[in-house]
Design a protein around this ligand. Structure first.
Ligand code: 5CU
Length: 374
């Protein structure tokens, strides 16, 4: 009999709508897009301190081409990698840097752009919207309440800053309440990393490795831990949070967090749900962790029914593709598979080789069910 093909859904895949690229082009401080040498692609400079002279081990930022802003390039990437459906999200640093006076209007426009992109490929694209987090909570809640009016919005992407004081800030309660009430999942994604002192004076010699491999996941770990400790999931028991990069190190450190709580005389919250319970009820973990061990840890922590395939496209292209983007051979790489993606596919396959059905769920079934994509 003919095997039916597994539906593959990518829940971690970014885009900068052209309108957002225009905003970055109009800026001269991070984040911004800079046109460098004629004939060379523009460069995207987004990470904190990325344009400081001390971080010039690699040329500042990364080349930015159509894979960042052209939805047709996203579809081509999906086709190359056998991905049926993508849940697109604005890439970092989202709208965090906007003047509070313009945040509401830009959020409306960007969310309109994201939904319109989805409309051009019906059934293949859904979206996590962006929030005007530099605005007031009224402005943010207002935007959340608009999201169900779109056809393709299934949640919002958020960084770890919140309103400026992190995600354990009680002032965020109206935001969490509105997200929970409107069934909008938070896709929690890092951007700010760790203070650069942590990586020492030789950090620049190692390119972006330390901030991306360790700074990003630890930032996420701290942010979600603060949410848990402050009782966000006790007050909003239906709130759903998809954690980038398999939850940073949360699956590995959840036991230690629980133990430290059990031994802390100063932190005795009433009626606290255990982290294990929150992991299985409120948290989803993407499978963007590049190893069988990581995928197994994610599945052990949240359950194989809450781990979801992702790619992080357009970040982490093969280095040769970056060379091509410099102009040597402009096309021809579109059909080449990306190492960052094949590594994650293999990790999922290996993690579930002894578990019938789980691989298919992680590749797509879980996303379809949890994010209502059918
Ligand atoms: O390569 C990078 O800087 C990044 C980034 O900024 N955001 C992301 O999601 N992945 C990689």
């Amino acid at each position: 009999f003919a095997m039916s093909k597994v539906t593959i859904v990518d829940v971690h895949t970014h885009v900068y709508p052209p309108r957002y690229v225009s905003i970055l082009k109009s800026r001269t401080t991070v984040p911004y897009v800079r046109d460098t040498t004629p004939g060379q692609p523009s460069r995207l400079i987004i990470l904190p301190g990325e344009d400081s002279p001390s971080s010039h081990s690699t040329a500042a930022g990364r080349p930015i081409g159509p894979e960042y802003y052209d939805i047709n390039a996203k579809i081509a990437f999906m086709d190359t990698h056998g991905i049926d459906v993508s849940v697109i999200s604005l890439a970092n640093p989202w709208l965090d840097f906007l003047d509070p006076r313009e945040a509401a209007a830009v959020a409306r426009e960007i969310n309109y752009d994201l939904d319109s992109m989805c409309k051009t490929y019906p059934g293949r694209l859904f979206a996590f919207g962006a929030l005007p987090l530099s605005g007031t909570t009224d402005v943010i809640v207002n935007e959340i309440e608009r999201l169900p009016g779109y056809n393709y919005m299934r949640g919002v992407i958020m960084g770890t800053g919140g309103l400026g004081n992190g995600l354990d800030d009680l002032s965020l309660d109206p935001v969490y309440r509105a997200l929970e009430a409107n069934n909008m999942t938070i896709f929690l994604h890092p951007h700010y990393g760790l203070p650069k002192e942590v990586f020492g004076p030789r950090a620049a010699e190692y390119g972006h490795v330390l901030p991306l491999a360790l700074g990003f996941p630890l930032e996420t770990t701290v942010a979600v831990s603060r949410m848990i400790l402050s009782g966000v999931f006790d007050r909003f028991p239906k709130l759903q949070v998809l954690l980038a990069h398999s939850g940073g190190t949360l699956p590995f450190l959840a036991g230690r967090l629980e133990s430290c709580i059990a031994h802390d005389a100063h932190y005795r919250p009433e009626g606290r749900r255990s982290i294990w319970d929150v992991l299985k009820v409120n948290i989803m973990l993407d499978a963007v962790v590049y190893s069988e061990l990581g995928v197994r840890a994610a599945a052990a922590a949240s359950g194989g029914d809450r781990v979801l395939f992702g790619t992080d496209h357009p970040f982490f292209p093969p280095l040769e593709a970056e060379e091509d983007a410099k102009g040597e051979s402009a096309d021809g790489k579109q059909s080449e598979k990306w190492l960052s993606v094949t590594t994650n596919y293999k990790a999922i396959r290996d993690a579930f080789s002894d578990n019938n059905g789980q691989e298919e769920s992680v590749l797509g079934g879980n996303a379809i069910r949890l994010l209502r994509l059918a």
